[in-house]
Ligand binder design. Structure first.
Ligand code: BES
Ligand code: MN
Ligand code: MN
Length: 456
């Protein structure tokens, strides 16, 4: 591996130069280019065949190397699409002009998820070239994760045979710290909505009409601020009905993981944290549901001032969900509540965007054990199971449609600025990840019962 290090880094930098932003149609061709790049990299690494499957939106890349049908099969999932890079002025270097600084690669997608996807390609290349591949490998790398994985959902439902495997392996999560390895065993689900509040039928002079007509921005602000009470509880009726309360013992375990509130606050430059009463910061970001405004706009936001009462106001709202909440149930509860609480002076529209279901994985499963052993070998410490606050919508669907469990062997850090300006990924993490992934294959193939029965 040491002789390959520089090449592995250079190749990732090349991948990062492709601006595969899935949310913005002006990058559509670049997204296709990234899919082609993934295809070529898999073929170069030793895949038998790789195909690009076009969809209504962005292509899916599927590749495989089947060495022996009797051996277990690992299906690697990841995404080559990235979040939009803006606000651009806050980047220290171009989001698609990767640079290395202080041992980290800076670029959009460096950690989420191109860097982590490419670790799998390189681990596979090493195993293939050294004739050390211990099992079959399939790759499913999509281009729509950051916009909800809609096309992939359909593809999974219609391609059960093609996707047959024993386990799904994903690197798209984070760990506690470089010297505190951890493995994510939970993800939150997501309901995402956009609301529109309409007041008068046109924008009005705020002096001539102000004081008498419903101002949709004021009203939207009142409405959204009433969605939480002073204890940080979400006020939508029925919102917590399906929440599985985490037993005290489990909560205790969760809070044992190393975490410094002081560092957390100083890193973010905040005087205090907020959130649901009765829960710690770790719990608030992992085992409790949330409701957050992601954007709010309306009226005049340009330079200087304009005296105007807008006709419309908008907001984008995300709700993170925990087991056993359901994305579509929460969307309905939200829409009903939002309509009902609107004053008669305005009209309200609620659009439901993409969603995803929460995930919980079993630390007793063979996949988890193999991952834990691999990390223990490469990091010299047994990893801690943690629950992540983010969402990967396809994971629950893999379970539902294919009956397959996932292992979330992620190497990112909280501080990698994913979705933010100056996203980066440590070279340490990148190279450790490659090494750990190769070991995972070895251990999983050894520990999987399918393999054992073959040797009987
Ligand atoms: N890789 C992230 C999810 C993640 C990040 C999980 C950190 C655990 C720790 C993924 O690419 C992502 O950003 N997902 C979106 C969901 C989607 C439907 C837009 C998210 O969580 O906002
Ligand atoms: Mn991701
Ligand atoms: Mn992401």
């Amino acid at each position: 591996m040491s002789s390959n290090k520089q090449r592995f880094i250079d190749e990732l930098m090349e991948f990062l130069r492709i601006p595969s932003v899935s949310a913005d149609s002006k990058y559509k061709k670049d997204v296709v280019r990234a899919a082609e790049w993934v295809k070529k990299s898999l073929l170069d690494a030793g895949a038998d065949k790789v195909e690009i499957i076009p969809t209504k939106m962005h292509p899916i890349v599927f590749g495989e190397r089947i060495i022996d049908k009797k051996l277990p099969t690992i299906l690697v999932y990841g995404h080559y699409d990235v979040q939009p890079p803006d606000p651009l002025n806050l980047w220290h270097s171009g989001p698609f002009e990767p640079v290395i600084k202080d041992g980290k690669i800076y670029a959009r997608g460096a950690c989420d998820d191109k860097g982590q996807v490419y670790m799998h390609v390189k681990a596979f290349e090493m195993m293939s070239r050294n004739k050390m591949l211990p099992c079959n490998v399939k790759f499913l790398i999509e281009g729509e994760e950051e916009v909800g994985s809609e096309s992939l959902g359909g593809f999974v439902k219609n391609n059960r045979k093609k996707l047959e495997a024993d386990i799904i392996l994903i690197s798209d999560t984070d760990m506690i710290a470089n010297d505190i390895p951890s493995i994510s065993v939970g993800l939150r689900g997501l309901t995402y909505v956009q609301v529109e509040v309409t007041g008068p039928n046109r924008d009005l002079h705020s002096g001539v009409y102000g004081g008498a007509v419903p101002n949709p921005i004021n009203i939207l602000c009142d409405m959204v601020s009433s969605l939480k009470d002073k204890n940080g509880h979400i006020t939508i009726p029925g919102f917590y009905k399906d929440v599985r309360n985490v037993p005290a013992g489990e909560r205790k375990e969760l809070n044992k993981a190393p975490f410094s509130l002081k560092e957390y606050k100083s890193d973010l430059d905040i005087k205090d944290v907020v959130g649901e009463k009765g829960f710690t910061t770790v719990e608030r970001t992992a085992i409790r549901p949330t409701l957050d405004l992601n954007g709010i706009w309306g009226g005049y936001t340009g330079e200087g001032s304009k005296t105007v009462i807008a006709s419309k106001a908008y907001a984008k709202i995300s709700m993170r969900l925990v087991p056993n909440q359901k994305s579509d149930v929460i969307a309905k509860l939200f829409a009903k509540h939002f309509q009902k609480m609107a004053p008669p002076s305005v009209k309200v529209k609620v659009d439901v965007h993409h969603g995803g279901e929460p995930v919980m994985l079993d630390t007793g499963a063979v996949g988890y054990k193999a991952a834990s052993r691999a990390m223990e070998t490469t990091f010299g410490k047994k990893p801690i199971p943690t629950r992540s606050g983010g969402s990967i919508p396809i994971v629950a669907l893999f379970k539902k449609e294919l009956g397959l469990d996932s292992v979330m062997l992620g190497f990112g850090l909280n501080s990698d600025n994913i979705h933010s300006p100056n996203e980066h990924y440590g070279i340490f993490n990148y190279l450790k990840g490659i090494e750990t992934i190769a070991l995972f294959h070895k251990y999983y193939a050894e520990m999987n019962t399918k393999n054992k029965s073959k040797h009987k």
